[in-house]
Structures are given as C-alpha cells and as structure tokens.
Design a protein around this ligand. Structure first.
Ligand code: ADP
Ligand code: MG
Length: 327
C-alpha cells in the first residue's frame, strides 16, 4: 500500500515517463490516441500502462474489455486515489499493455477531492502521483487519458505527469480547448515544476494541406507562449475505421491485419452469399499514422531526456530504433 505520508513528494524519476493526454474539449482524439499509441508501442516490446480518468471509459471500448470481468468501472482507481489500497493495473489487456480502468465509479471522486482540497489545499492533487509512483517504474511509458471539462480530474493528471500531449482538431473549439489547457498547465507547474509540453497532435484531419498545419502550429504557439511543438504526423480522418474500432474493440493496427486477412468481397459473396459487416481498408492508413506518431513520440522523449538529464538505467533503450515500432 502506498505510503500516504509520502504523498506530497513522490520520487520524481518514477514518474518521468508519465504522459497526460489532455484537451478540455471532448472528441479531439485523446482516447483513440492513448489506446493506439500504447498498442503500437506494446507491440514493439515497450511496457505500457494506461490510466483511464474518464467516467465514460471509452478506452474499455477501444480495447474491447467493456463490462467483462476485467472492467471494475474505476473502483480500483478510486480506492487508490483515496489511499485505501495500492493501484493494481489489469495485466496484459494486450501483451505488454496494462490498464487501470475508468468508469462510473469515478463519479464519487469529484466530491471526495473537493473535501480533500478543503482540508489539504492544492497538494491534494498529488493523489494520482502518489498512487502511480510505486507502479510507474515497471513501465517504459505511462499514458493518462484525461476527461473533457473536468478540472479536478485533469489537475490530478497534470500533477502526476512529466509530460502533456495535447491532441486537437483543426476547428476553433479544439483550439480553444487547448488554450484552456495552457492555463491549467501554468497552475499545475506550481505543484509539479517538472511538467512539460511534449507536443500537440493534429487529429482526425481530412487535410494534408500545409496551410491547415501552419494554422494549428500558430494556435499552439499562441496558447503556449511562443513554443510550438506540433508533431509532424497528423492522424487522418477515417470515420469507418473509427466505427470499426469501437464496434470490434480493436486498435487500428489490429484492424489493419484483419483487412489483410479478410477475403475479397466478391469471394465472400460467392462462398456464402452474404458479406456481413466488413472491416474498412482505411485502417491501414490510420495504423500507419499512429505508427509514425509513436516513432516521433519516442524520438521526442529521447531528445528531451538526453538534453535535460543523464539517462538513468531505465532510459529508453537506444537499440529500439524508430523503425522497430512494428505493426
Ligand atoms: N481517425 C479518425 N477519424 C475520424 N474520427 C475518428 C478517428 N478516430 C477516432 N474517431 C472518432 O472521434 C471521436 C472522438 O474520439 P475520442 O478518441 O473518443 O476523443 P476524446 O477522447 O478526445 O473525446 C470518436 O467518435 C471516435 O470514434
Ligand atoms: Mg476520451
């Protein structure tokens, strides 16, 4: 069980690879990105942990464990945040990918946090950092999937994270959500001075146009004071793949394999007389985008770690090069 007395001061290195996926706006790709990035990295032998801070728990849909016996609807996370038990992730939701589920039980968290904030002030936001500190060193990367418009839950993530990764769509609402994050980000650094912005990701875009990318880059720059780490890789718009993913509980690179394995529509028709729902071939392109982004993410982590600190024994191993992030 985590030592609650140590809650205000978790060892900083234990949390050095915790990445909070944040944007105040819903529907900008936070959950899709954590599921697919972690899925790609786990397939390439990186140990990943996902923590779901959402009451809606779409992560359970994307990874296909909604309501099965692994889904505790956030009960374990809640207990660990109030210090009643240690955080115990669900192991191997995919090989090498563990998950702390979110869900309806997290509704109890907001009033509990309000009480703790009254008693302890802002250090109460360090509860997630304290819960994660004993388990985070078991992983190469930990992603925290943040909810929209829930400042208390997002503040818990910002107090625990080393990095913020921020998806946005190219529309005004997504960009405004980003600006709201930048305000919370500034506040969170008073409690967690190591917090940095790893980058922003353009999500669900139908455009490869340089003008759209430049506009988003400018908006990131305006929100974060002249600093504009927009990742080069954008995740392309692919509605059918998004629907297939949540319907089947499969990640884009898993759908990509299904597409390759399914018979041509005319062969299926000839054999059975009906084709049933088929997996959209656009999965391959989406999987490629997530793969490219995973590579960029590893590169960015390595560069910042090289620049800011001597790599510890658990630094991202050099031998795992970008090209080894496998489908
Ligand atoms: N590549 C894509 N193109 C278009 N829509 C997508 C894509 N991937 C996912 N979506 C859809 O976008 C919506 C929001 O995605 P989600 O990851 O849940 O965002 P958030 O977690 O920020 O609310 C979902 O309905 C999802 O199915
Ligand atoms: Mg979500």
């Amino acid at each position: 069980m985590p030592d609650r007395d140590g809650a205000a001061d978790p060892p900083p290195d234990a949390l050095g690879r915790v990445i909070a996926m944040v944007n105040d706006k819903g529907g900008v790709g936070k959950t899709s990105l954590v599921a697919n990035l972690a899925g790609q990295l786990a397939a390439a032998d990186y140990r990943c942990l996902l923590v779901d801070l959402n009451r809606q728990a779409n992560l359970a849909d994307d990874l296909g464990f909604r309501d099965d016996d692994r889904d505790d609807h956030g009960a374990g996370l809640l207990m660990s945040l109030v210090g009643r038990s240690a955080l115990v992730p669900v192991p191997d939701v995919r090989p090498g990918l563990d998950v702390v589920p979110g869900g309806a039980r997290l509704s109890d968290l907001v009033p509990l946090m309000v009480g703790r904030l009254q008693d302890e002030g802002r250090p109460a936001f360090l509860a997630l950092a304290a819960a994660l500190a004993p388990v985070a060193p078991d992983y190469d990367i930990v992603f925290v999937d943040c909810p929209p418009e829930s400042t208390i839950l997002t503040d818990l993530a910002l107090a625990a994270a080393r990095w913020v990764l921020m998806p946005t769509r190219s529309d005004v609402a997504g960009l405004l959500g980003m600006r709201l994050v930048s305000e919370r980000f500034t506040l969170a650094r008073e409690l967690n001075p190591r917090l940095g912005l790893l980058g922003a990701v353009l999500f669900g875009t139908g455009s490869r146009s340089r003008a759209v990318h430049a506009e988003v880059r400018n908006a990131v720059e305006r929100a974060f004071g002249g600093h504009s780490p927009l990742f080069d890789t954008a995740i392309r718009h692919a509605e059918r793949t998004a629907q297939d993913a949540r319907r089947l509980g499969k990640l884009a690179h898993e759908l990509e394999r299904e597409v390759a394995a399914q018979p041509a529509w005319w062969a299926a028709l000839r054999e059975g007389g009906t084709t049933g729902p088929r997996v959209s071939p656009t999965a391959a392109g989406v999987a490629e985008d997530y793969r490219d982004l995973a590579v960029e993410l590893l590169t960015a982590l390595r560069e910042t770690e090289d620049a800011t600190e001597a790599p510890g024994p658990d630094a991202i191993p050099e031998q795992r090069t970008a090209t080894e992030v496998a489908p």
